[in-house]
Design a protein. Structure first.
Length: 419
């Protein structure tokens, strides 16, 4: 292990290793890579983790998970074991293990001893070696309904009206890991009533859904979003779902499809609903064509919800003024009771129980279309969106706080620009 002693590493990992795996570090170090990986994967599943990481450090590899949106270290392993583990994951995911410094993507349909996952794997070279990130998608997962996503106020009604249109473009925006695909599938579930022909283009196909015509892209075989989208347009679909708009060509075809009588749903990487429009313009989409096609944008984040069994009530006092803008959504109750996490609750992670969505839902009206076509600035589009009744992330978060489902500190964590 070069300069890092195995015994010292074992002592460093002993407590967490025995607690997490029921094994002494020395036993873990003697297991072959496939058994170590299986234990890591099952443990990550038990923790309701969304990602598993194998990260190269100077003298060891760190095994971590992302749980409830936060990183949590599971185990430290020697460099030689970490390298074997990385090579094993790369090989099983269809990646070339000889090209260690080149970023690579892979997929692994993992089934072993009752565990069944659709794993999306990415590797990248770093200062001390190779880091691997593994997105965990249980194959048994069911798609969610709109009611389960976490909309507040009039958001669900607004988005239901959007996708009730016979044609147009609906975008779902947000950073990686914010639940955009989950929202897309919830929208498809709403539309999938047997009266529409629905085609999807996905990378990869997340869920197999009866009633949908699903196609998976394959960059290695030149089956790209833009190429397959042209073919799907000849399949006479009513609804087209594009997993992600990544480039100018796909953006242009999506807008043309929406303008020619199709309802098109897709995702873009963008921080807010308004900036999703600007992202499309940055991909050289004609502003007039974009304005005529786009009917709505959903932007989202993930936020932790308080554990109902252990949350702590406290007086609102000077925080009351912050809720003035959302008072119309809070009912007629007298006073305002706020809640915070019981950070000593051993049954939850710091007093939080699970993740939910936090949304902006922007319906594109006539004035907004004119502004988009005219090349209006972000500030102008934001003003028009609020004038049309869009709840900002901050307002949506405050409604969740006022209803006791999350805490003010959690909203401030998710929205650093909160004021």
């Amino acid at each position: 292990m070069n300069t890092f002693d195995r015994k010292a590493l074992g002592e460093q990992s002993a407590a967490s290793t025995e607690e997490q795996f029921g094994l002494q570090p020395s036993e873990v170090f003697e297991l072959p890579p496939d058994q170590i990986f299986h234990r890591l994967l099952v443990n990550a599943q038990c923790l309701n983790s969304t990602d598993l990481f194998v990260l190269a450090k100077e003298h060891h590899y760190q095994i971590s998970v992302r749980r409830m949106g936060a990183m949590e270290q599971l185990l430290a392993v020697p460099n030689d074991m970490g390298t074997l583990l990385v090579n094993y994951v790369r090989a099983q995911s269809g990646m070339d293990i000889s090209k260690k410094q080149e970023p690579a993507d892979g997929r692994w349909l993992y089934e072993h001893e009752g565990a069944s996952f659709d794993l999306r794997v990415n590797s990248v070279g770093t200062l001390w070696g190779e880091d691997v990130a593994i997105r965990l998608s249980p194959k048994q997962s069911d798609t969610k309904k709109l009611d389960e996503l976490g909309f507040v106020g009039n958001q669900k009604a607004t988005i239901s009206h959007m996708v009730g249109s016979s044609s147009g473009l609906v975008l779902v925006a947000g950073p990686t890991g914010s639940g955009k695909t989950t929202t897309l599938y919830a929208l498809l579930d709403l539309l999938n009533d047997g009266t529409r022909k629905i085609n999807t283009l996905e990378d990869p196909i997340e869920y197999s859904v009866p009633g949908l015509c699903q196609t998976e892209i394959n960059e290695k075989r030149a089956l790209t979003f833009s190429m397959l989208l042209r073919g799907i347009l000849r399949q006479s679909p009513d609804v087209i779902m594009i997993g992600e708009i990544r480039d100018e060509e796909t953006a242009g075809i999506a807008v043309r499809a929406a303008n020619s009588g199709h309802l098109v749903l897709s995702t873009v990487h963008s921080p807010t609903a308004v900036t999703a429009i600007l992202s499309m313009k940055a991909m050289k989409v004609n502003p007039v064509f974009l304005a005529s096609s786009i009917i709505g944008v959903v932007s989202q984040r993930l936020i932790r919800l308080l554990s109902e069994e252990s949350k702590i009530k406290f007086e609102a006092n000077e925080a009351l003024a912050a809720f003035d803008n959302v008072s119309a959504y809070l009912g007629e109750e007298e006073g305002l009771a706020l809640y915070g996490p019981n950070k000593k609750d051993e049954k939850s992670q710091g007093g939080y129980s699970h993740l939910s969505g936090l949304f902006e839902v922007l319906s594109i009206g006539r004035q907004m279309k004119k502004a988009i076509a005219a090349g209006a600035s972000e500030d102008e589009l934001t003003r028009l969106a609020k004038d049309d009744g869009m709840l900002s992330f901050q307002d949506a978060g405050l409604i969740k706080v006022a209803k006791g489902t999350t805490s003010l500190e959690e909203v401030m964590r998710v929205l650093p620009q909160f004021d």
